[in-house]
Design a protein around this ligand. Structure first.
Ligand code: SF4
Length: 387
């Protein structure tokens, strides 16, 4: 097979690929991802289907970044993990200076798996710690203990020194002291990166049902605001740059793969529930695990939704995602990417939002201020209303 060459700009030609690995040991109460629990006997069948989907590329497509998300990619037993790595590296070979990131859970991760990942070029690990408080882990229905994270970091660090720690704030009953303690304990583990997410109650999840029944109480907005500003202060004071609404990194350790999404650049996506954006067409695979396998086995597409956005809609979508970044939107680059002058679309709104100290504008770049980051959803809504 010949290797496809890349020449077009990154918003048209994918240089990033996401692979969804749905398997998990159990289903956490707040989780709304496409996960497969109790289907371990279907792992090989899933990889067979994934292979068929990858073969639709026709030729191997070199990429700069690869990301295995889930689910829990590291839940796969070594033999199947190796098969997956071989398969993906065949169809999506990595360019020099690549980033190859994998999500991992502290439970079920061992040195042999980390070494295998590193042998196949994985150079970034994202550890789902979420919290170091036993009570909060229990509410989230996570299946690891607080000390598991430090135990895992001990063998991850020498093999893959670039690891990120994921933390969740806004968990029912969580106090600000507990959140500060979570950050302090996570910082002590010397990660290069943090992803901090406010807990959301996704419709249909067990946690959502518990809230509906009154069994758990969501924290109020003010408390969540305090948690978020505490994260900005504590992580910045410890040398982590707040480079995206929910992400903080040491210099040189921002997640390159996720930047693809925040730039609104093209990307491939394979696996159940995976999203892709190729040649201006957004596609979403079915979230149904069995349907995904069956369709591919029958020679059918696993695509569930496909939409070609109009240029103006795409331009507004680009505004929404690029404003997530600390660098915000650079006017000239935005024009080259979308064909629209930013001010012709939202110039008046930008002016208003600057007047309220929610955006800052130096004539070339526009970005969220600290206050703007705290109410980012409302700022985006205002900007998108102009469409
Ligand atoms: S481990 Fe992650 S993907 Fe799996 S169920 Fe829990 S939150 Fe969802």
């Amino acid at each position: 097979m010949s290797i496809h060459t890349q020449q077009r700009p990154p918003w048209l030609e994918p240089r990033a690929a996401y692979i969804h690995v749905p398997f998990c040991a159990h289903h956490c109460g707040y989780c709304d991802f496409a996960v497969a629990v109790g289907k371990d006997d279907r792992m090989d069948a899933y990889l067979d289907a994934l292979k068929i989907e990858l073969q639709t590329l026709d030729t191997p497509r070199p990429v700069d970044t690869l990301f295995f998300g889930g689910g829990t990619p590291t839940y796969l037993p070594i033999r199947i993990l190796e098969r997956l790595l071989q398969l993906v590296r065949t169809w999506l070979p990595l360019n020099a200076k690549h980033e190859f990131a994998v999500e991992a859970n502290p439970s079920g991760l061992d040195r042999a798996k980390v070494q295998l990942l590193a042998d196949f070029g994985v150079n970034r690990l994202s550890l789902g710690a979420q919290s170091f408080q036993p009570g909060l882990l229990h509410i989230l229905e996570r299946d690891h203990a607080p000390d598991d994270v430090a135990r895992v970091v001990e063998f991850v660090q020498p093999i893959i020194p670039n690891y990120s720690i994921d933390l969740i704030f806004g968990v029912p009953t969580q106090t600000l002291d507990q959140w500060q303690d979570d950050m302090r304990r996570a910082i002590a583990l010397a990660p290069m990166h943090f992803a901090t997410y406010g807990l959301t109650y996704e419709k249909g999840t067990r946690l959502w049902k518990q809230r509906e029944k009154g069994d758990v109480r969501a924290l109020d907005e003010e408390t969540e605001y305090d948690f978020y500003t505490a994260a900005m202060d504590t992580l910045s004071a410890n040398g982590f740059e707040h480079y995206e609404i929910s992400n903080f990194a040491r210099l040189g350790f921002q997640c390159r793969h996720n930047h693809t999404y925040w730039a609104n650049h093209a990307h491939y996506g394979f696996g159940v529930g995976a999203a892709r954006y190729v040649d201006g067409v957004r596609e979403l695979n079915t979230r149904d695990f069995h349907a995904y396998i069956q369709r591919l086995q029958a020679g059918e597409s696993p695509t569930f939704q496909s939409e070609r956005l109009e240029p103006r809609d795409r331009a507004f979508e680009t505004i929404a995602v690029q404003f997530r970044r600390a660098i915000g939107i650079e006017r000239q680059q935005y024009f080259e990417q979308t064909g629209f002058a930013l001010d012709s679309l939202v110039g008046g709104t930008i002016h208003d939002l600057c007047g309220h100290d929610l955006l800052a504008d130096d004539g070339q770049n526009v970005h969220l201020t600290r206050s703007g980051k705290c109410v980012a959803d409302a700022v985006m809504e205002r900007l998108l209303r102009a469409n």
